[in-house]
Design a binder for this molecule. Sequence first.
Ligand SMILES: Nc1ncnc2c1ncn2[C@@H]1O[C@H](COP(=O)(O)OP(=O)(O)OP(=O)(O)O)[C@@H](O)[C@H]1O
Ligand SMILES: [Mg+2]
Length: 494
Amino acid sequence: MGETFGEQFSRIAGLMFVWSTIQQLVPYRVQIYLEKLWAKLFTFFYPYVHITFHEYTKGMRNEAYSCIGTYLGAKSSNKAKHLTGDKSGNSKSLTISLAKREETIDEFNGVQFQWKAFTEEIQDSSSSRRGGLSIPHEKNSYILVFHEKYREMVAERYLDYVIEEGKAIELSNRKRKLYTNKNGNDWYWNGGKWKHIIFQHPATFDTLAMDPKKKQEIINDLDAFKKGKEYYAKIGKAWKRGYLLYGPPGTGKSTMIAAIANYMEYDIYDMELTSVKTNSELKQLLIDTRSKSVIVIEDIDCSLDLTKKRKKKEDDGAKTEEKKKDDEEEEEKDSNSKSKVTLSGLLNFIDGIWSACGQERIIIFTTNHVDKLDPALIRRGRMDMHIEMSYCKFEAFKILAKNYLDIDSHPLFGEIRQLLEENDVSPCDVAENLMPKTDSGDAQHCLMKLVEAIKTAKLEKEKSGDKKESKPRKMKFNLLSKFNFFKQSAKGKS
Ligand SMILES: Nc1ncnc2c1ncn2[C@@H]1O[C@H](COP(=O)(O)OP(=O)(O)OP(=O)(O)O)[C@@H](O)[C@H]1O
Ligand SMILES: [Mg+2]
């Protein structure tokens, strides 16, 4: 394997010359016999196999080519002498690749493999002809050369390894995207049914205020899912996971989605179910999603009248014919303007045959009213984990205090602990009070503000006599509305 491409080429040319001379001198039958002999001889003198990976095959970009390029760039950045650097709009940092005609050696399981970045100049006489001149264009490829005896290793392990590694590097270096199926002009359309902007959200599990034990459980579940490729294949299950996030407004459901996407380094598909007209459109949307993504349906209880539809069927039996007819007419009027996605369409979306066509996907539903959902929608197995996002208790408060004020303790913490135990306050409302409104706003001032706010809310509640059914102030932060801020900045970058 120590030979360069030049030396290998001279050796092949010599052998070819000997062969063509012999061919001209002997009759046809002998030629056939000699051809077999030649194949053996050739392998004996030149026991190397070449595999070429072109940049384009049949007019389509070859995914293997870009994965190999990324892999070789990462592997040879400290070995090869000629490299190129590239920073495309979609990558977070500089991508290093082998320069044209550069060679490098890669080692796998103690075996050396030779790679070369090959470029061929082609004189295109048709499409690119300008003013009588034919403009040359380049045909790029990577060539892998290895000894005959490693054929099996290459086919069964090495190439898979190279492609997977390349893909992983590409994924970790790409800018992630937030997709939507909503109508609107200020999103980038990517050819399918989804439009996107660059996804940038600072939420992480560290900044998410919730019970630390519960948080760790979710992180462990995500870790197991990430590493579960073989396990899911072994048990014959599609590699996907479903989470149901439920809880009152402002308890961090949307924030949790952003934290999950950041932790997993996934894209987000924010599905507006009311914009989907039919079940087949829903299926098409699913097909158009890519793997390594979180598919989100927020406020699932408000998205579709799924529960009503099912309940109606049960009630229909008890109605008079006239009443039934009136209802049907009413429904007909409604149905022309509304989405016709049905519960079974949605269930198929979650775990039908089609849902398995892309791997490594997380589906998340959020709701403020878990009790309103159809049991079929949230049964175990369909939604693997039910996560309750609840009011802010002391442990969660400490995380917010650290995030917003950078403090771990304060004399007011004791009072706040007690107030949080006795009152239902959403993390959103706590966060709102901890945010300094002026430059002079210090920790003491913010904590006092919080204490006052909780006490005032408590008094108001007592006055209204509605001690039990306290509803926190609804501060609706839809995932998309949060990202409106990023739309402008994302323009032109994607
Ligand atoms: N658990 C939390 N940890 C950290 N910040 C939080 C948390 N909950 C709420 N917040 C803060 O409050 C804001 C609103 O939270 P978020 O939108 O995630 O709530 P939600 O549960 O999705 O509400 P809704 O049910 O109205 O959609 C967030 O931008 C965040 O700043
Ligand atoms: Mg939300």
